[in-house]
Design a protein around this ligand. Structure first.
Ligand code: NAD
Ligand code: ZN
Length: 363
């Protein structure tokens, strides 16, 4: 037998910076003129962000004589689909955009996940820059390179890992963000504090009113700490082999709720309900004290996030069906993120579907 070895044991450095400040958006085109990331740009955005910021960015880029195009899709989670991805790709092909193109993902988590996934597969992979415009995207989804679309079966069920070249966070975007989207983003920020940093949890308890009133200094600090926590976890476990799983706190049940409700609930609300269920479960199993459960739930309450799904008629059985789609289940047990204190999360393999069913029934 002849053997030919393909030696692919190479080191790659995908490190990147996250820039956080006010007024970064206005300087973005000039920055790309000074330090180009490609020879052409596709700004991908949704219908809301496109109107407020997309056209302005396109104009700034074109004023700087940078070859650029704006591609927009209808706002909302329902657009995070294979169908929209195909439409964007066809549009890029029609425009003749080749491998020397960089995508600018301008929008919330829906834009970031979808545009990032287009970047991961278009011409077998092109670079992209995240320009998050929601609190959720600034504090969480624009970092870490998880990109995906939803399918009718499960959330984020088709996707890839593809790290952005950089993340540009301009907190001034938050001035036009609807109030309920601030609460939505707070769910992930509170999650980061709960899984990794009790001092940050305390900071949030103290500053929640300011944050809700859009105090930009408090928001900036919360975003920065949130980014650091996520960046540390991703740097240690980029492909979610172990540690990164703790970022899924509240998400096993949260994702199941989202897909069962056909994405008719915000991601943050679904995750908040998921975290309340997880805390209850941890207390029941003796990992977490009742006082911590109350503290977690009080902060979620304060942030305007729900504890339960009372206004939706979702049977526990339906949520369980969705969890089965989503997760590897071994002997009726499932990997489930629990807290053992505020600031400390771990992955338990001791949770059964029956445990989850009971918690959901008690809601
Ligand atoms: N990749 C990851 O690691 C990761 C992490 C967390 C969440 N996510 C994903 O993120 C998605 C949710 O993101 P989201 O909450 O940002 O939702 P979104 O992208 O749908 O944005 C929410 C709404 O706000 C509007 N909007 C955005 N920026 C605005 C601004 N500055 N002013 C006015 N309106 C604005 C949007 O048009 C939309 O209507 C989910 O699909 C979730 O799965 C991904
Ligand atoms: Zn999330």
């Amino acid at each position: 037998m002849e053997t030919v070895k393909i030696d692919l044991n190479k080191e790659t450095d995908d490190s990147y910076d996250i820039f956080i400040d006010s007024f970064l958006f206005d300087g973005l085109a000039d920055e790309l003129k000074r330090k180009p990331a490609a020879n052409s740009y596709a700004v991908i955005t949704d219908s809301n962000v496109g109107k407020i910021y997309g056209k302005k960015l396109l104009k700034n880029l074109q004023d700087d004589e940078i070859n650029s195009h704006l591609i927009s899709f209808s706002a909302g989670e329902k657009s995070k689909s294979r169908k929209t991805k195909e439409r964007i790709e066809d549009e890029m092909l029609r425009l003749g955009l080749g491998r020397g193109t960089c995508i600018i993902a301008l929008g919330g988590g829906v834009v970031g996940d979808l545009a990032g996934f287009v970047a991961a597969t278009y011409m077998r992979g092109i670079p992209y820059i995240q320009v998050p415009t929601t609190l959720l995207a600034m504090a969480d989804s624009s970092i870490g390179g998880k990109v995906a679309v939803d399918t009718p079966h499960a959330k984020n069920s088709v996707g890839s890992f593809h790290q952005p070249k950089k993340v540009v966070i301009d907190i001034n975007f938050l001035k036009t963000l609807p109030k309920k989207e601030i609460a939505n983003g707070l769910a992930e920020i509170i999650k980061h504090a709960l899984i990794k940093d009790k001092d940050f949890f305390h900071f949030l308890e103290k500053n929640i009113d300011g944050i809700l009133k859009c105090d930009l200094e408090a928001l900036k600090q919360a975003i920065k700490r949130s980014c650091e926590i996520k960046a540390d976890i991703v740097a240690e476990d980029e492909k979610e082999k172990g540690l990164r799983k703790i970022l899924n706190y509240g998400h096993t049940i949260g994702h199941a709720i989202e897909s069962a409700l056909k994405y008719g609930i915000s991601h943050g609300e679904a995750v908040a309900v998921g975290m309340c269920c997880a805390a209850k479960l941890a207390a029941k199993k003796g990992f977490l004290d009742e006082g911590s459960v109350i503290r977690q739930n009080n902060l979620l309450d304060h942030a305007g996030l729900p504890h339960k799904l009372s206004h939706h008629k979702l049977k526990p059985k339906i949520i369980l069906e969705r969890i089965k789609y989503d997760k590897k289940i071994i002997n009726g047990r499932i990997n489930f993120v629990l807290l053992n204190s505020i600031g400390n999360a771990f992955v338990s393999d001791d949770v059964t579907l029956e445990d989850i069913k009971k918690i959901l029934e008690e809601q």
